[in-house]
Ligand binder design. Sequence first.
Ligand code: NAP
Ligand code: MG
Length: 400
Amino acid sequence: MAKIAMTTPLVEMDGDEMTRIIWQMIKDELLLPHIDLKTEYYDLGLEHRNATDDQVTVDSAEATKRLGVAVKCATITPNAARMDEYDLKSMWKSPNGTIRAMLDGTVFRTPITVAGIEPCVRNWVKPITIARHAYGDVYKNTELRVPGPGTVELVYTAADGSETRELVQKFDGPGIAQGMHNLDASIESFARSCFEYALDIKQDIWFATKDTISKKYDHRFKDIFQEIYDAEYASRFEEAGIEYFYTLIDDAVARVMKADGGFIWACKNYDGDVMSDMVSSAFGSLAMMTSVLVSPQGYYEYEAAHGTVQRHYYKHLKGEETSTNSVATIFAWSGALRKRGELDGLDDLVAFADKLERATLDTIEAGEMTGDLALITTLPNPKKLSTRDFILAIAKRLEA
Ligand code: NAP
Ligand code: MG
């Protein structure tokens, strides 16, 4: 049978450790037999990042701006231990951070739902996608231990030297203070990425802040979202039959717990940090979370939400059998192939992405899964497969 043709290449960002092993298996067993795969390959494995002084990461982000769609393998973010392990020239920054900054994008994390892996919250029958604003607030704050009586103020010095002051607190004794900021431009990009992605996957989008208490700071987020929605998205949302819903953060949390899922929840930075961990653990497993970075211009970079699964890699290096879950990495590939197919009008490619996902879920639903899922499944007598055998089981279904 003829292989499915591609026109525009995908940006392929290879990575590290166990996910690098899985990456190659997915290509060899699931993609190359069916697709005339076209990619522009960038090796973001730590050794090559080090050899290129991290230029390869920058190049891969530039390629994503040029080609529009990327798929990324998990990568090591170096720390002190990795400096020694890989004999690094420098403690290179997180590739995800570099790429996100260059694309000015927002990360959307979605649990992959499958029969037999049931969320703790029983009414969550459809996935909840969390979008986290990844700039500013408490993550870029300035803090102060106030040693004793005195005054803490916020001072804004304009370019012309004029000052505006706001009293934070007159302290009678020791305490603490903190200054935070955000940027209109960053909030605008966040809003556009959210609205773009909602239109892309045709789901409602929720956004929440504490604007009743934070009348200037949080209220600015609310206003920017509303202004951009009204000016650029209201009619497109109506056409698509989806909704933008704004509420207070505590009301949002209460509603999320009672909802059945199937929407995007846009969160300020801290809310997103906290809520994404809650949602992913409630849905089952970090190995079943996909992630996509969406730029306000509509560039897409797909990846798994988990890391390089270092512990399994060391077992693999010792020649021991591993049972690492490849589902999120497979869905990164299917997401990118589907998007490429949609942009290039390649119905075969879109259909293949659907088939690949279906074959993966069918494999699990038939009771064949990796160890992490076998531990939590509600299916009777699950069969625990090795890393390779799980991918081969999917390959068999894909051919059938
Ligand atoms: P991790 O790779 O996400 O793995 C943590 C643990 O979660 C694993 O040891 C494993 O538990 C379980 N797990 C995660 N993914 C799994 C999968 N696909 N199948 C089965 N089990 C899975 O996090 P880490 O070990 O803390 O980090 C390793 C490296 O990944 C670090 O160098 C970090 O910088 C990097 N990282 C990269 C990204 C990214 O590129 N997006 C994200 C996060 C971390 P058990 O060991 O109990 O089986
Ligand atoms: Mg967190």
